[in-house]
Design a protein around this ligand. Structure first.
Ligand code: SR1
Ligand code: MG
Length: 384
């Protein structure tokens, strides 16, 4: 069967042929996708409720003028299955997938909130930071050379060859925000601030170093887009979704992304600063403890005394740098976030300026910040 984007009708017919719905009953289907790239259908019939996520051959956020590989759907289901083999409780169950039709069928998590939306409604997720720290510690370690061994690791790197999606990240996070690129979304009143940023040569050199790390380090399997819209949560449970940007990249990238988005959520709701910065602390501490404990089982060539301390220091400074890049990109690049975009104009401009200033500080000072307490103090020191 050749690729066709599903409609609410054809997706039900197709899922029926897979035996995932009872014959004859009436199924209700709704397209609920609100992301930048894909169609997402929820199908309900009796007790059954499931999600079909299908890639479109272009970036929905821009339109058909930005063609995009369908292979990302295959990568996404591979990554979900890989994560499930390490931490099944932190990912949704994959019920089916098809490479040609570019879809993944998933358990429906309708009891869960998208974390970004929940935060905007003032909700809290008390287990989220610990769960994400553990997810990161377990998956980053288990997919790295330190656990997988040389042959298996290189086979996996090949499986997650994802150049088109990496190219999006390279452009939208590391390149376009630092020049007058068409993809940028710069509010007129912010133009002088952004031009000052473009004139900051030291910053541009540091961003280039982080970009070089992104394209050359193949440390572990990353989610690749770990923001609060890629996490579902309840009061007790956490599920990571949407790893279509998955690839082998630097350990610190996903951690930096989540640090940035926890920070962005405080720009919307200043009353939640203490809670969210405590979450930043918990994510890092849980990641570090999990990774360090697992490192005791590292395969023999890597378990040299003292090595893990240096490795964690590098991951920490990369985390800070990538968090800084994400803050800047979400303030002036393509794909803004509702944490900022839903604010009234005067506040929004002020917060975006703060995102630029904080992002710049994090990138430039990443090697001087020596502990998570120092980082949290710096984040919390921002006037919001
Ligand atoms: C064209 S895609 C824009 C952004 O949406 C995704 O969620 C990623 O964050 C990407 O950078
Ligand atoms: Mg996504």
């Amino acid at each position: 069967m050749a690729y066709q984007p599903f409609t609410e009708q054809t997706v039900v017919e197709h899922v029926r042929t897979l035996g995932l719905l009872e014959d004859g009953g009436i199924a209700h289907c709704e397209e609920i996708g609100d992301g930048n790239l894909n169609l997402v259908f929820r199908i309900r019939q009796g007790e059954t409720s499931l999600i079909v996520k299908q890639a479109l051959p272009y970036a929905k956020v821009v339109g058909e003028s930005w063609p995009l590989t369908l292979e990302r759907a295959w990568i996404e289901q591979l990554a979900l299955r890989e994560f499930a083999s390490v931490v099944p409780r932190f990912v949704p169950v994959v019920l089916g997938s098809d490479r040609t039709l570019a879809y993944t069928i998933l358990e429906d998590l309708s009891d869960f909130d998208i974390v970004r939306t929940g935060y905007l409604e003032g909700k809290a997720y008390p287990e989220l930071a610990r769960h994400i720290g553990e997810f990161l510690g377990q998956t980053l370690f288990e997919t790295s050379d330190y656990a997988a061994g040389p042959i298996e690791k290189k086979r996996k790197e090949r499986d997650y060859y994802n150049p088109e999606l990496c190219d999006i990240t390279e452009k939208l996070i590391f390149t376009d925000p630092y020049k007058d690129a068409e993809s940028n979304n710069i509010e007129t009143a912010l133009r002088p601030d952004v031009e000052a940023l473009w004139g900051d040569l030291k910053l541009k050199v540091e961003v280039t170093k982080l970009k070089v790390g992104f394209v050359t380090k193949h440390d572990a399997l990353l989610h690749g887009d770990l923001h609060t819209g890629s996490i579902f949560a309840t009061q007790q449970e956490t599920k990571v979704i949407d790893p279509e940007f998955a690839f082998y990249g630097p350990f610190g990238f996903d951690i930096g992304q989540i640090v940035a988005h926890l920070t962005l959520s405080t720009f919307h709701d200043t009353l939640k600063r203490f809670e969210r910065f405590t979450d930043v602390l918990t994510v890092w501490e849980t990641f570090e403890k999990t990774f360090r404990t697992k490192f005791e089982t590292a395969v023999e060539p890597f378990n040299t005394d003292g090595f893990v301390d240096e490795l964690l220091q590098t991951i920490f400074s990369d985390t800070i740098g990538y968090a800084g890049c994400e803050l800047i990109r979400r303030a002036i690049g393509l794909a803004g976030v509702n944490d900022l975009e839903t604010l009234p104009e005067t506040v929004r401009l002020e917060r975006k300026r703060e995102a630029l200033t904080l992002g710049t500080t994090l990138i430039k000072q990443r090697h001087d910040i020596r502990s998570i307490d120092e980082l949290v103090t710096l984040l919390a020191g921002v006037r919001v």
